[in-house]
Design a protein around this ligand. Structure first.
Ligand code: FES
Length: 139
């Protein structure tokens, strides 16, 4: 059983925004999770579309959330941000894979027993071989 792990402060996650984190799944693999906030809920979902599972919902700069729905960037199917259910487009009649999160005292925690928190950002964001966002150029 994993201890609840702090993801973010509620004050840093407005309705219509998402946070991308990387977790280790029960099978040992690394997976990306988006934690989204709508007017109605805060919820966690594995970061892939149900139509094409190699399609990330958040490609590194936040998931598109419109009127409480998460919009797939490839074909535009919209998933309910609170239930994960999609009733439209290519991903119709599917549901995103849920990850348990909870809000306590205005802090969002990862509470899923199947997922161990690794770090903020996507899987590649913890790769030392990747160029950092700060420039090393000198003039
Ligand atoms: S890949 Fe998401 S709707 Fe097609």
């Amino acid at each position: 059983m994993n201890e609840p792990t702090r993801v973010t402060e509620l004050s840093e996650l407005s309705a219509g925004e998402s946070v991308l984190i990387t977790v280790r799944d029960a099978d040992g693999s690394e997976e990306e999770v988006i934690v989204v906030r709508t007017d109605e809920c805060v919820a966690g979902w594995k970061n892939f579309c149900q139509h094409e599972t190699d399609q990330r919902l958040d490609r590194g700069f936040g998931a598109a959330i419109r009127d409480g729905d998460i919009v797939c960037p490839k074909h535009g199917s919209m998933f309910d941000g609170c239930t994960g259910y999609c009733d439209n487009g290519e991903a119709s009649e599917s549901t995103l894979v849920a990850v348990d999160v909870d809000v306590r005292d205005d802090v969002v925690y990862l509470t899923d027993d199947e997922c161990e928190y690794l770090h903020e950002g996507g899987i590649d964001d913890d790769d030392d071989d990747m160029p950092s966002s700060s420039s090393h150029l000198t003039f």
